[in-house]
Design a protein around this ligand. Structure first.
Ligand code: PAF
Length: 285
């Protein structure tokens, strides 16, 4: 595996692979990798592309009171994991390499960034879209892989690529879960054992919501209410949001007739967990 923290060196590595006729796949991450990230690598490997995985904890997407400085980091462990997994090049730039001057240019994906996670995290998706856009310009990948746990992020990137005519195929990868259903996240390490136990209610309640839909419930508010009630009853987590929205554009839904995203964010102490499920109702008519 090649490894660099320099943009110029990465560009040389990629140019050589392109001359050999290889397609380039990019997997952007913030490190502290888990099986969810390795699933992105697995899916990328199936394309036969040269795989570049980036690790960069992007200050631009953290709010002033968020966990940028305490975000878990372990570059050597990550480097070992991705080498074993079959990544071809690891790019781990410093903040100075990515942001040599204060940024004055940003990418903003309107509409999609003001709902769900965008409400409590203003500027978050602007930070994500900007750094992903920079990574796209640095790597110029043919394909880019994103996990569906961050479903809203996936839609933001997909929309940015479409609006800006970027010649990149955005590939979603299904959520990877622990045995009890908790979605894998780098932030799970911050949970106490009691919070970790309780956090499984998130997946259970999403499953219950799907069961309600299967049984014919079509009111988005009713599904949200049932989800909220279950989470509040069964854990000490503080609900940030529980929402049913259109799975294609995150617009509001009242009566569920098209595929919907059932999304939630719950805070366990200072650890904020998100999870979601996309449900295609026409399967259950
Ligand atoms: O999902 C993440 O880890 C980050 O938001 C991303 C896409 C790497 C941008 O910093």
């Amino acid at each position: 595996m090649k490894r660099t923290s320099h943009i110029s060196e990465l560009r040389e590595i990629i140019a050589m692979e392109r001359r050999r006729g290889r397609k380039i796949a990019l997997i952007p991450t913030m490190g502290y990798l888990h099986r969810g990230h390795l699933a992105l690598v697995e899916q990328a490997k199936q394309t036969g592309a040269f795989i570049v995985l980036s690790i960069f904890v992007n200050s631009l997407q953290f709010g002033p009171n968020e966990d940028y400085s305490s975000y878990p980091r372990d570059l050597e462990r990550d480097a070992h994991l991705v080498e074993v997994a079959g990544v071809d090049a690891l790019f781990h730039p410093t903040s100075e390499e990515m942001y040599p001057r204060p940024m004055v240019t940003y990418v903003e994906v309107g509409q999609l960034d003001t709902v769900l996670c965008g409400v409590k995290r203003p500027g978050h998706f602007r930070g994500v879209a900007t750094v992903v856009s920079k990574l796209f310009h640095i790597v110029q990948p043919d394909l880019a892989f994103f996990g569906q746990k961050d479903y809203q992020q996936y839609l933001v990137i997909q929309r940015m690529v479409s609006d800006l005519n970027l010649p990149i195929e955005v590939c979603p990868v299904p959520i990877v879960r622990e045995e009890d259903g908790l979605a894998l996240s780098s932030r799970n390490v911050f949970l106490t054992s009691e919070q970790r136990q309780e956090a499984k209610v998130l997946f259970q309640s999403l499953n219950e919501a799907e069961t309600c839909l299967q049984a014919g419930e079509r009111s988005a508010r009713e599904i949200e209410k049932q989800l909220r009630d279950r989470i509040s009853r069964q854990c000490h987590g503080v609900i940030d949001y529980v929402e049913v929205r259109d799975a294609g554009d995150l617009s509001e839904v009242t009566i569920i007739e098209r595929p919907v995203l059932i999304a939630l964010a719950v805070k366990f102490g200072s650890t904020r967990l998100i999870d979601n499920k996309v449900v295609e109702v026409d399967r259950y008519v």
